[in-house]
Design a protein. Sequence first.
Length: 117
Amino acid sequence: QVQLVESGGGLVQAGGSLRLSCTASGFTLSTYTMNWFRQAPGKEREFVASIRSSGRTYYVDSVKGRFTASRDNTKNTVYLQMNSLKSEDTAVYYCAAGLGIGQVNYWGQGTQVTVSS
């Protein structure tokens, strides 16, 4: 059974940091582009970051310099390190496996990140 499970969300003060993890089961994520999306209350889901199988990363402008995507293929896990968090980063964060940037074959269930100002 294909599954992506996120963890690491929570409540943090503005300026703080969180690291999200996304672990795959039922498939090997090393050959996939792993994408991170988020959905804030009342807003559409938006692309945040992507890491290719090569390790090359891409970020939406609003998180560049603050967020870092990484992957550990030995653990079948990807990470999103989020620093200097702002209240506007509050959202449910989803990881997704796909064949390209922003493309999705599999979704995770999401993890809530709340940044208090």
